[in-house]
Design a protein around this ligand. Structure first.
Ligand code: SF4
Length: 122
């Protein structure tokens, strides 16, 4: 994970401590709006109550909404995939939904292509 912007309160989620992945994802993170975030908006502290989590995630999403690298960040988080935190305006649960939709779509496209080959072969 390369996301140095986030100032996480969870050690496991501190992006800058996962340096090996940094070179793989490119320099987009240098423009991240959340680089200087010190409010711990992007990762959950342990035992965070639901209402607090929802409020924190919405605040993080507002930061993401004005970030010039939101698309790159989101794709990075989907491709890794990043299991925790808000990335590119999506929570971990929302990213799982996006990934499931992508997988389903790819499967449907594969099936359609196969059906087309069978029909063409006659
Ligand atoms: S989109 Fe959000 S999480 Fe990603 S770099 Fe920008 S502010 Fe940070």
């Amino acid at each position: 994970m390369l996301h140095p912007p986030h100032q996480s309160v969870q050690v496991a989620a501190v992006p800058s401590q996962r340096a090996p992945a940094r070179d793989q994802a490119g320099p987009w993170h240098t423009e991240a709006v959340c680089r200087r975030d010190e409010a711990g908006l992007f990762f959950a502290p342990s035992k965070e109550p639901t209402a607090a989590r929802l409020a924190r995630e919405e605040a993080a999403k507002r930061v993401c909404a004005r970030c010039p690298v939101m698309v790159e960040c989101r794709e990075h988080a989907l491709l890794q995939p990043e299991p925790y935190g808000v990335w590119g305006g999506l929570t971990a649960a929302e990213r799982r939904v996006v990934l499931a939709r992508r997988r389903r779509r790819e499967m449907e496209l594969g099936q359609a292509a196969q059906a087309g080959r069978i029909a063409a072969a006659g």
